[in-house]
Design a protein around this ligand. Structure first.
Ligand SMILES: *Cc1c(COP(=O)(O)O)cnc(C)c1O
Length: 462
C-alpha cells in the first residue's frame, strides 16, 4: 500500500535537486537570513490525515527546506567542528538509505555487518591498535564516549553492569581537562558516576591538561578513600583543538591502574596527517578511543566510531546473551553497543574511504592544518587583533582588542560571506574559525584575513 507508482521518477527528481544543491554549495550566504518565527510560519502545519503526491513534497523541499538550510559544505563555513560532508560520503549515504539495512545482527545486514567489521579494523589500524581490538559505529562522539565509558566501568568493576554502582563503598572518580566537551559530563551523568565525580583538571598555556595537577588530584582522591578509575584525554578540544600529552597521561593511567579513554571525536582525524600523528603520540596505548568519521574524515552525519583496544570489554558490557566472550565468535553488533535497530554507518564510511583512499584524505587534513597555521600567523600580524593560542589542529580563536562587543559585531558583518562562530575561551569572548573543510582554499582564507584587517582598521580609528 505504500509503494509509490512513480517512485523512479521521484528518485530522479530528488537526485536532480541534490545535484543542483551540490553544484552551488559555495555560492551565496552560508546561513540563511531567517528567524525561528519565519520558519514556524513557513513550515508548521497540522498533522496530515490525508496524503498528497510525493511530487508536492519534493517541491516543498525545494522551495521551503533547501533555501532555509545552512550550507555546511560551503567553502566559507568555518564554524564549530562540523566538516563539509564529502561527495563520496554523500553517495555512500544515499546508497545506504536505498537499501536500509539494520545490522544489529548478521542476518539483518550481512554485507553491512562485515563492512562494519572491516571499517572498524581500518580505523583501529590507523591508530595502531592490534588484532584484539574492536569497536562499533555509532551516531557520533557523544555516544562513542558513553559506549566506551560503559565498557570501562564493566572492565574496572566486573559485574557492575549487572549489579549497578549504587552500593559500592569507594566511589569512582574520573579525570579530564577543563576544556573537555560537554558530552563527557553527559556520559558520566548517564552512567551513574555522578558529574561531581568528574574532576576537571586545569590546563597549561596550550590548553592541554596539566600533567602535575592531574596526578595531584588523583593522589588527593586516593587519600580521601575514593577510587580513581578513568582518565579521559583530549585529542583536539572542540574549542581550540588542543591535544593533551597522551603519552604522559598513559603513564599515569598505568601507574594507578586506570582506564584511559581518548576523546578524539574531532582531533582523532589528525591521525591522517604526519604532523597530526606526532601530536597524537601514544594514542595506541589508550584503552579506548572516540573518533568521528563525520568530523575529520568528512563522512556525512551521523558517523561516530568507538574503538576499544580489547573488544571483549565492549562485549562484556553490552552482550545480550549468556555466552562468555569468545574471540572467535562472529560479531553481532547488538552485543557490542547500546542500539539494537541501527542504520549502517559503515557503508558510507567504506564508500568514502575507498573512493578517496587514505592518501587523499591525508592531503586534505594536512592542508587544513597548513592553512590554519597560516591564518594564525597572519592574525598575529594584524594591529588590534589578538591570537589567543597557537593552533595545534584546525581551530583558531582570536579576539578584536578594546571591546568584546567588537567580536560580535564582526561576526554579524562577516556573515554575508563567511560563517564563523563566537566562542568563550577561559572566560574571554572571542571569534573562532575552524578550517576543517575540504573546499576552503587559501584564496578564501586571504579574503577572510582582508575582512578582519579592514574591520580592525575601521574600528580602531573610532
Ligand atoms: C564533536 C565533539 C564531541 C561530540 O561528538 P558528536 O559527534 O557531536 O556527538 C565530543 N568531543 C569532542 C572533542 C568533539 O569535538
Amino acid at each position: 500500500m505504500l509503494e509509490l507508482e512513480k517512485f523512479d521518477e521521484y528518485l530522479d527528481e530528488l537526485s536532480d535537486v541534490i545535484k543542483k544543491y551540490q553544484r552551488n554549495i559555495s555560492t551565496g550566504r552560508v546561513v540563511p537570513e531567517t528567524s525561528r518565527q519565519d520558519m514556524e510560519k513557513l513550515l508548521f502545519e497540522t498533522l496530515p490525515m490525508e496524503g498528497s503526491d510525493a511530487k508536492n513534497i519534493i517541491n516543498e523541499f525545494k522551495e521551503k527546506v533547501i533555501p532555509n538550510s545552512t550550507k555546511i559544505g560551503s567553502s566559507r563555513f568555518l564554524s564549530w567542528i562540523i566538516t563539509s560532508p564529502s561527495q563520496a560520503g554523500i553517495l555512500g549515504e544515499i546508497a545506504n538509505v536505498g537499501i536500509s539495512q539494520a545490522p544489529f545482527n548478521f542476518k539483518a545486514g550481512p554485507a553491512a555487518t562485515v563492512i562494519e567489521e572491516m571499517v572498524i579494523g581500518w580505523m583501529g589500524e590507523l591508530f595502531g591498535y592490534k588484532k584484539e581490538s574492536g569497536g562499533i559505529l555509532v551516531s557520533g562522539g557523544s555516544v562513542s564516549t558513553l559506549t566506551a565509558l560503559g565498557a570501562a566501568r564493566e572492565a574496572f568493576l566486573p559485574g557492575s553492569t549487572e549489579t549497578g554502582i549504587q552500593n559500592i563503598s569507594n566511589p569512582l572518580t574520573l579525570y579530564t581537562s577543563k576544556k573537555a566537551h560537554s558530552s563527557i559530563d553527559k556520559a558520566v551523568g548517564v552512567l551513574g558516576f555522578g558529574k561531581n565525580m568528574l574532576r576537571k583538571v586545569g590546563v597549561d598555556e596550550f590548553f592541554k591538561i596539566d600533567i602535575d595537577s592531574l596526578e595531584k588530584e588523583i593522589e588527593n582522591d586516593i587519600k580521601q578513600g575514593l577510587r580513581p578509575f578513568c582518565i579521559i584525554a583530549q585529542a583536539g578540544t572542540s574549542l581550540c583543538g588542543a591535544v593533551d600529552d597522551i603519552d604522559s597521561i598513559s603513564d599515569i593511567a598505568k601507574k594507578y591502574g586506570m582506564w584511559l579513554h581518548v576523546d578524539g571525536a574531532y582531533g582523532g582525524g589528525a591521525i591522517l596527517s604526519k604532523k597530526g600523528k606526532e601530536i597524537l603520540k601514544g594514542i595506541e596505548k589508550a584503552d579506548s578511543i572516540s573518533v568521528d568519521p563525520h568530523k575529520w574524515f568528512f563522512v556525512p552525519t551521523e558517523a561516530g566510531c568507538v574503538l576499544v583496544k580489547d573488544k571483549r570489554h565492549l562485549y562484556n558490557a553490552y552482550s545480550t546473551g549468556v555466552a562468555e566472550f569468545d574471540e572467535n565468535a562472529p560479531i553481532n553488533y547488538l552485543d557490542y553497543g547500546i542500539q539494537s535497530t541501527r542504520t549502517s554507518r559503515a557503508i558510507k564510511t567504506w564508500f568514502a574511504i575507498k573512493t578517496y583512499g587514505i592518501k587523499k584524505l591525508s592531503q586534505v587534513v594536512d592542508f587544513n592544518i597548513e592553512i590554519t597555521n597560516y591564518f594564525a600567523n597572519e592574525i598575529e600580524k594584524i594591529d588590534g587583533v589578538r591570537l589567543l593560542h597557537k593552533p595545534q589542529t584546525s581551530a583558531v580563536c582570536f579576539s578584536f582588542e578594546k571591546e568584546a562587543t567588537m567580536n560580535q559585531a564582526f561576526l554579524i558583518e562577516v556573515e554575508e560571506e563567511f560563517f564563523l562562530s563566537p566562542a568563550n575561551l577561559m572566560g574571554e569572548n572571542c571569534v573562532r574559525a575552524c578550517f576543517s573543510n575540504y573546499r576552503t582554499s587559501k584564496e578564501e582564507v586571504n579574503l577572510l584575513l582582508c575582512k578582519i584587517r579592514s574591520f580592525a582598521k575601521n574600528n580602531l580609528k573610532i
